[in-house]
Design a protein around this ligand. Structure first.
Ligand SMILES: *Cc1c(COP(=O)(O)O)cnc(C)c1O
Length: 369
């Protein structure tokens, strides 16, 4: 068949190992997953009630315009609902953007390493990909600007960046936006925005007034603890949203997800509480890394990237055998690092103890050999 050449070597996304799989493989009773930056505290308690109370008319299609959820989001961000687009996860909005703007002969600029889906979708659309190496875990915005030319259609900016957790301060972002040509769409992926405590993190929605070529992506998968429901949203000018709307699948956000996301959005106390607990957990890792002399990137997300100075697959395997699923840095572009999602205080303490045991065992084997 006449497959596009550019997709012939494309690999399907490899999701992290599931808890059930790991339990079976290693004969473990308890397995903790700290691999995909999900919320260790689950979601707002109001979500469970909303699920029980939700309509059971499953035969009807969802509201294709997701009116109630869009209105709730519009109120939350203080902008009209015509400036909001919904996705089946923000992953889907990334795909919509690629589909609407990328094609052969066009190029797209992104950092590396960064979130894998920008490149993946650019490959599907057969666009030229220009990757700019991170500097100290952060986007090199100067070099990204230099990579833009008249054939650039989309620039991807992930802040805090996945997998490093490093964010871009407002002044740097504004300086960058001031120089990006007005006909290049800048995608600002803020999947972890609600976790950020840095004071110079921009309130990006205010930048839309001046920069009509900006789209901000956020998600219910991370701090809201609704990853399984698949809801993400984009915030842009009415014109940009109007261009993307026809690309969107008609019923991309299911009925239950629409209801539940709106309920979760209304519980901002839960969000604040999770963000505060996340900083306490982050400090557990900082203290541990400092004691052990391990390099890490300061993170404003709910995950930390730690240099173990060994093949990260080994650490990954070891921790999995002890009942902890994390991400090996191998597939993330950091072959000696591990990425760990910040868990509850107890989960953090337990996994840190396991990593200490691992470090002690490698020290001993180094002494022996
Ligand atoms: C998790 C994540 C997403 C995807 O979120 P979904 O809404 O679940 O599709 C997007 N961008 C980044 C940087 C992420 O880490």
């Amino acid at each position: 068949m006449k497959w596009k050449n550019n997709i012939l070597n494309l690999k399907a996304y490899t999701p992290g190992r599931t808890i059930d799989e790991v339990k079976k493989t290693y004969g473990l009773e308890q397995v903790t997953k700290l691999a995909s930056n999900e919320n260790p505290y689950g979601s707002s308690s109001s979500v469970r009630e909303a699920i029980l109370a939700a309509s059971s008319n499953y035969a009807l299609y969802p509201d294709g315009s997701a009116t109630l959820l869009k209105e709730a989001l519009a109120e939350h961000i203080g902008l009209p609902k015509e400036q909001v687009i919904l996705g089946n996860g923000s992953d889907e909005i990334i795909a919509m953007i690629a589909r609407a703007l990328l094609k052969p002969g066009v190029n797209t600029v992104m950092a590396t390493p960064t979130f894998s889906q920008y490149k993946h979708n650019a490959i599907v659309e057969n666009a030229e990909i220009r990757e700019v190496i991170l500097q100290d875990g952060k986007h090199d915005l100067e070099a990204m600007l230099a990579a833009i030319d008249e054939n650039t259609a989309v620039v991807w900016v992930c802040t805090p960046n996945n997998p490093t957790g490093v964010y871009i301060p407002e002044s740097e972002l504004v300086q960058f936006l001031n120089q990006v040509p007005a006909d290049v769409l800048v995608v600002l992926d803020e999947a972890y925005a609600e976790y950020v405590v840095a004071e110079d993190y921009p309130n990006s929605t205010t930048l839309l007034n001046k920069h009509s070529n900006l789209i901000i992506l956020r998600t219910f998968s991370k701090i809201y603890g609704l990853a399984s429901f698949r809801v993400g949203y984009g915030i842009a000018t009415k014109e940009v949203v109007a261009k993307l709307e026809p690309i969107r699948e008609p019923f991309n956000v299911n009925s239950l997800a629409q209801v539940i996301a709106a309920v979760a959005l209304s519980d901002q106390d839960f969000v604040k509480d999770c963000s505060a607990k996340n900083r306490v957990g982050m400090q557990q890792y900082y203290d541990f890394c400092n004691e052990e002399g391990l390099f890490y990137y300061p993170s404003q997300g709910n995950f930390i990237l730690i240099d173990m100075s060994v093949d990260s697959d080994e650490v990954f395997q070891y921790l999995m055998s002890k009942g902890y699923i994390i991400r090996s840095g191998k597939a993330l572009g950091f072959p000696t690092f591990i990425r760990v999602t910040i868990g509850t205080e107890e989960q953090n303490a337990n996994i840190i103890a396991e990593i200490r045991t691992y470090l002690a065992s490698t020290q001993k084997s180094k002494v022996k050999s």
